[in-house]
Design a protein around this ligand. Structure first.
Ligand SMILES: Cc1cc2nc3c(=O)[nH]c(=O)nc-3n(C[C@H](O)[C@H](O)[C@H](O)COP(=O)(O)O)c2cc1C
Length: 200
């Protein structure tokens, strides 16, 4: 394995469960693959801009016809796509905010779901252009939402990754963290069991 890409999206640097469990998982993966380089993209420390007209225009033009601003915006997006493509394994730390992913992680998806690069449209529908690779998603949640209609996090992430060709996605949920000490402890124990299974 050459590269592990770690995406962090908690607004918190301190006390963040998604960061803690993501770090735990990455340590286990590194123990299995000491040769792998770990590249971290912290979407809180370095937030990505929302999509804007400059970037959307830049995506539609060949490089030699882009303005300087369109080229700069496209290059940022290209860098994110290249980083994803170069990584054998991706670990995403994803807190649930308001039943879905953080806006910072949504911005990352907006930059890497790129027609012509990570997927293409065909007469028979969209086709993913991203070679499949292992993605782990560590979610942290105040409540319990697995398999329930209000969970707009796991289905969204699964759909967005599947759309670009990535099917091999596993979730580690750290749930119930706002439900009191006993429930929070159970939520952590469940996550630790899943992590132990990954490392086995
Ligand atoms: C702005 C905000 C919105 C949240 N929305 C939800 C939610 O919709 N459902 C839920 O179960 N927990 C929600 N929580 C709780 C977080 O998911 C929980 O605190 C989680 O541990 C945050 O991730 P972190 O520890 O990595 O920062 C929310 C927390 C914040 C700060």
């Amino acid at each position: 394995m050459k590269q592990i890409l770690v995406i962090q999206s908690s607004a918190r640097q301190n006390g963040s469960l998604s960061r803690e469990y993501t770090a735990n998982l990455v340590a286990r993966l590194q123990a299995q693959h000491p040769e792998a380089k770990v590249v971290t993209r912290d979407l809180t420390a370095q937030a990505l801009p929302h999509l804007d007209e400059t970037l959307l225009n830049g995506w539609m033009k060949p490089v030699d016809q882009q303005t300087d601003a369109e080229r700069a915006a496209s290059e940022r997006s290209n860098e994110l796509v290249d980083e994803l493509m170069a990584s054998d394994v991706v670990v995403i730390g994803s807190p649930m905010y308001n039943f879905g992913i953080t806006s910072t992680l949504k911005a990352w998806f907006d930059h890497v779901l790129r027609a012509g690069r990570t997927f293409k449209y065909t007469e028979t529908g969209p086709v993913g252009l991203t070679p499949d690779r292992k993605v782990y998603v560590v979610t942290s949640r105040g409540g319990r939402h697995q398999g329930m209609p209000q969970d707009h996090q796991q289905p969204y992430i699964t759909t967005a990754l599947g759309f670009i060709g990535i099917q091999d996605v596993s979730f580690v949920h750290v749930e119930a963290q706002g439900l009191g000490e006993v429930e929070a402890g159970k939520g952590r124990a469940e996550a630790e069991k899943v992590l132990a299974g990954i490392a086995a």
